[in-house]
Design a protein around this ligand. Sequence first.
Ligand code: KG4
Ligand code: ZN
Length: 359
Amino acid sequence: MLVLGLETSCDDTAAAIIRREPDGRCRILSNEIWTEHDDHAAFGGIVPEIAARSHVERLDRTIEKAVSNAEINFQDLDAIAATAGPGLVGGVMVGLTTGKALSLAHDKSLIAINHLEGHALSARMTEPADFPYLLLLISGGHTQLIWVSGIGEYQRLGSTIDDAAGEAFDKTAKLLGLGQPGGPRIESAATGGRADKYDFPKPLAQREGCDFSFSGLKTAVRDAAENLEEISGQDVADLAASFQFAAARHLTLQTEKAMANLSVSEGRLVVAGGVAANCAIKSMLGSLCERKNWKLFFPPPKLCTDNGAMIAWAGAERLAAGMTDDITDVLALAPRARWPLAPPPEGFEIGGGRKGPKA
Ligand code: KG4
Ligand code: ZN
């Protein structure tokens, strides 16, 4: 099964070809990505209009490269999978419309993919991550704990009540003058710093449930930085290392709470999304899983951050499960800025955290 995947929901223009073998294994034949970081650098953040324009200018060439590097023709494809949301809707429209055009021109199925499902299934490209598993999805826009029972079967256990983990890394990097994208910059600054120099808070540690909160951590870093008369390179390294440690500890503690509420015979934890590329987080979650005797799966760093292969793979998984979309179904194939992967649990209010069971 050969699938082309298109990803344009944020600031990466990506296209990939993957093959799903009859035994369910994945082979990535090409995985092209054009990162727009430089286009947005002068603005200190992603500008949606610039992102959409960059996708228009670059997507065709990125697809051509993906097809030629995979040494296939469009005729060889079984389906085209394109991110249909959630994300910056201008960019999503570019990828989805291109996917529709290719699917009509070459008479191939089109599969509209939820970007979060792309991350949710990404570890299965390279790891034996069988269902069911607990997913810790940590990206620039989302931070969630989800129980994954199968393709399209997702149940949300916890969610951030303010910033996403990646957003916290990006904002902290900005205030430390490290530039963007913040996650890798913080990680590299932290290598020369002391993680125990600052004692940053443990968000929601005393609360029930496994929601997340990062805005207090970010404020604590700002306060600590403002208390210094002059910030040296060593101070930046210590602040970065202490923040990274506190973020990893928060993710680990809340994941441990979710594990405690699950009665499973064979525990499996899958960590995905851009922040999953972070080695400090990986190592702390590794210790947790060792202690709890759970298996831990991470995609390789290149497949943690946004990429076309994970969209192609989600398309292949859907196709294999007989879940295709009807190209004439305008609503199913509409670009969406918001598109929750899993409904919140009973009694959960988005933005308000868990309020307890409804009466
Ligand atoms: O999954 P992703 O590429 O895009 C979204 O779907 O949001 O995640 C991007 C986020 C950014 O916030 C980036 O700073 C963060 O992932 N990130 C990292 C690392 N690499 C990327 N955060 C911490 N450590 C990293 N090494
Ligand atoms: Zn993403």
